[in-house]
Design a binder for this molecule. Structure first.
Ligand SMILES: *Cc1c(COP(=O)(O)O)cnc(C)c1O
Length: 431
């Protein structure tokens, strides 16, 4: 698309946008009666207006039905997760029986590693992206220790080449091939939280399988952001949080994916609990764990109705938007526009003040751009916030801005460019 740095161009794109009305379904942060331009959906998605309503409904159910709410009412809690499974499946490209809402993300990463990280003999290693989200690093290190292994010898991190910011698929695959039969697990984030790089999930999954490893993905930054095909790519397992691009609220319920091919494996380890027990016989309270078939068998504790209600309300919005393909088209446009405007600002200032470390190729990124300011980064970030543009800052030097197609407009992006130019000129003393 040929972009233009002018308001009427942005307005025209907004008018032509089929998804333009979706932003009215969300609440924007606001001070002194002025809304922020919100570009932080990569960290915490906005609150859908429906959120209060669905929580109130469930509070009413609890008040009116109390314990009977598990089996009575129009949405008995016992089966409440089933409609969520239907709505989650198209978000990650899975069959409904392959996904389930439960717990929180890092907890699920642990539970899934209990099942899918089975070091044996020489096959003990884990391949990860260098600079993975810290929680994932801690989870993996502690899992390795739990098996009596030494993290520094067991975890192989793949880093970018000298002078490069992101990973090349060929380098990832070479590392996988070079450790070959010593690899038990390949575990990557679908999109890296820091650089915004979307890895070639299909190619990496295939490479892992070729050497006989299990392949799992943390989709915190990918689910609800880019199209995924976990079932067709034959991914073994995955998990994600619902509070970033999926707008299900702080600490929202997480989702897991377990590929159908593992359903009949009775040898699989798991840390079991009563809610993963065969649904039909759960309340017989018998000795000896019999898992519910599919991803539901990984449930441990009784289901979290309030967080599920929030996730459900948000997924209904995705359903109305046709799940991911229209959203993705718009997302490519918004992020491309932001990238264009940042390059314009570099031109206007007369030197490269902003280095976008996120890949330029749209197939290698989602909504987020990670921008390194060569001078005064933190000061510029703070000035953006003071001027009602809310992104986030990640140490040591990255400004992350993520236009979200459900609630951002091309006009938002145009204004962001204008504000960034003004604060940059001011702080850097350029005319
Ligand atoms: C956001 C994020 C997390 C957060 O995990 P929680 O358990 O929800 O706190 C973990 N991993 C990645 C890759 C993330 O982006």
């Amino acid at each position: 698309m040929d972009f233009k740095n002018d308001l009427s161009f942005a307005t025209r794109l907004d008018e032509a946008d089929k998804l333009k009305d979706f932003r009215t379904k969300f609440l924007f942060p606001n001070t002194a009666d002025k809304n922020f331009i919100y570009l932080c959906g990569n960290s915490l998605g906005l609150q859908p207006k429906a959120a209060k309503e669905v929580l109130n409904q469930q509070l009413d159910n609890w008040a009116n039905l109390a314990v009977e709410g598990w089996f009575d009412g129009d949405q008995p809690w016992m089966f409440y997760h089933k409609d969520l499974k239907r709505l989650m499946a198209p978000i990650v490209g899975a069959k409904p029986e392959e996904v389930c809402p439960l717990n929180t993300l890092t907890v699920n990463l642990h539970l899934l590693m209990v099942s899918f990280y089975q070091p044996k003999g020489k096959r003990v290693k884990i391949i990860m992206e260098g600079g993975a989200f810290p929680s994932d690093q801690y989870a993996v290190e502690s899992q390795v220790r739990f098996h009596g292994l030494i993290p520094s010898e067991t975890i192989i991190e793949v880093f970018p080449r000298q002078g490069e910011e992101t990973l090349r698929t060929e380098d990832i695959i070479n590392v996988i091939n070079s450790h070959g039969s010593e690899i038990a697990l390949v575990l990557f984030g679908g999109i890296n939280y820091y650089t915004g790089q979307w890895y070639d999930m299909k190619a990496i999954t295939e490479a892992g399988h070729k050497v006989g490893a299990i392949v799992g993905w943390d989709l915190a930054h990918a689910a609800g952001n880019v199209p995924l095909a976990l079932h067709n790519w034959e991914v073994d397992f995955a998990c994600w949080c619902s509070y970033k691009y999926q707008n299900a609220g702080p600490g929202g319920i997480s989702g897991i994916f377990v590929h159908q091919k593992h359903f009949d494996n009775t040898e699989i380890n798991r840390f079991a609990g009563w809610w993963g027990y065969s649904e039909e016989k759960r309340f017989k309270m018998e000795k000896g764990f019999v898992p519910e078939p599919g991803a539901d068998g990984w449930q441990v504790s009784c289901t979290q109705v309030m967080p599920m209600a929030l996730y459900h309300a948000s997924l209904k919005i995705f359903e109305q938007a046709g799940f991911i393909s229209e959203l993705r088209n718009k997302s490519i446009g918004l992020t491309g526009y932001l990238e264009f405007l940042i390059n314009e600002i570099n031109n206007e200032i007369g030197f490269i003040q902003y280095n976008i470390i996120t890949p330029t190729n749209v197939e290698d990124r989602g909504a987020q751009l990670s921008i390194v300011a060569t001078r005064n980064g933190k000061q510029i970030f703070d000035a953006l916030v003071a001027n009602y543009v809310l992104g986030d800052w990640r140490e040591p030097d990255v400004i992350r801005l993520s236009p979200v197609p459900l609630y951002n407009s091309f006009t938002d992006i145009y204004h962001t460019g204008k504000v960034l130019l003004a604060v940059s000129k001011n702080i850097l003393n350029v005319d």
